[in-house]
Design a protein around this ligand. Structure first.
Ligand code: Q46
Ligand code: ZN
Length: 329
């Protein structure tokens, strides 16, 4: 099959939702175009604005960092060591190797060393699931560390598959608070920096293809804590639909963003104030992260036979029952 863009080279990757197939060069051009389109259409950040890029060592975040650097943006990586045995160490090494290769700046924070809150241990000592403690901690550190280093915007590597799966999960349970906050850009407000998702137009398999073509060495293994996550099931269901009807995921997500999300966004109104302990914005006296730290410092609680009870949003915003309508800050 010939590349549908240049019509000269042999195609190496089919993108069925666009009814297209690309050769290597044209695929990379397509990838950059989609990222540029997302950034410009949603006014995510300006050309001259420093951007902090949350990196995990996986394909999405390293592809994001790479494409932003390639497009000429001032992109600094931000890695959070989660304290997950056998996973955190190699993922950090991938980020450091990428930074060294691209002569890019990488900021590293370690939950265990800096806060005494490694995810595995925190999950053991509290009633939370690992992903709940992880998502809460990451959201907190994204904001805090970005502000400490003078950034006003943080970019994450959420792709089309992630966003469609999150939407699916939130629609199934009509999590209206989360639906109101699911957007490619969350504007700066009351102590929260801007959060953007420049990859939301690109699918997961396109991330892997991009990394292979660009020679990016990423951690292939999924986080061991992700086993059994509902978001994986939702992705699987959506992939089955996509296989039968290409473009379903994109139509589902883009239709929501265009026609429905603004309706939910209007209904959200929360009052924020500084956490009395750390100063980060929160709806309560103490922010969720400071409460988590206090909880970890307490002696171990006894768990029920069925394990952790507190279901809370995973970092992608998909929740298990029961969950609050709004993410705590
Ligand atoms: S890193 Fe953290 Fe994910 Fe691992 S512990 Fe769960 S949330 S699965 S993106
Ligand atoms: Zn706090």
């Amino acid at each position: 099959m010939r590349c549908t863009r240049c019509r000269g080279q042999e195609a190496c990757l089919e993108v069925r939702r666009h009814n297209a197939a690309f050769c290597e060069d044209c695929f990379l051009a397509f990838f950059r175009d989609q990222v540029t389109r997302a950034i410009e259409h949603h006014k995510m950040f300006r050309r001259d604005e420093p951007v902090l890029v949350a990196v995990s060592g996986g394909k999405d975040s390293l592809a994001l960092w790479d494409v932003l650097l390639d497009l000429g943006y001032d992109a600094t990586g931000f890695y959070i060591g989660l304290g997950i045995p056998g996973y955190s160490e190699p993922s950090r090494e991938k980020c450091e190797a990428f930074a060294a290769r691209r002569h890019a700046r990488l900021i590293v924070t370690d939950l265990e060393a800096d806060y005494g809150l490694g995810i595995a241990e925190t999950a053991r000592r509290t009633m939370r699931t690992p992903c709940s403690a992880c998502g809460l901690s990451k959201r907190y550190l994204f904001n805090k560390v970005a502000q400490e280093h003078g950034f006003r915007v943080i970019a994450t590597g959420h792709n089309l598959d992630d966003e469609a799966a999150t939407l699916f999960g939130n629609v199934l349970r009509w999590q209206t608070g989360y639906l109101g906050r699911q957007a490619p850009v969350l504007a700066e407000e009351d102590g929260f920096i801007r959060k953007v998702k420049p990859l939301y137009r690109l699918a997961e398999r396109e991330m892997a293809a991009y990394c292979v073509l660009r020679g990016i060495d990423y951690i292939v293994d999924e986080c061991p804590m992700s086993k059994g996550a509902k978001s994986l099931l939702f992705k699987d269901v959506l992939n089955q639909l996509e296989a039968v009807s290409p473009g379903t995921k994109q139509a589902f997500l883009f239709g929501f963003l265009e026609k429905v999300q603004p309706l939910f966004a209007q209904h959200e109104a929360v009052t924020l104030r500084p956490c009395t302990q750390c100063g980060q914005p929160t709806t309560a006296e103490l922010c969720a992260f400071c409460r988590l730290r206090a909880e970890v410092a307490q002696p171990k609680r006894r768990r029920g036979r069925r394990g952790p009870q507190r279901a809370a949003p995973s970092p992608d915003g998909v929740t298990g029952p029961p969950a609050p309508a709004l993410a705590e800050s």
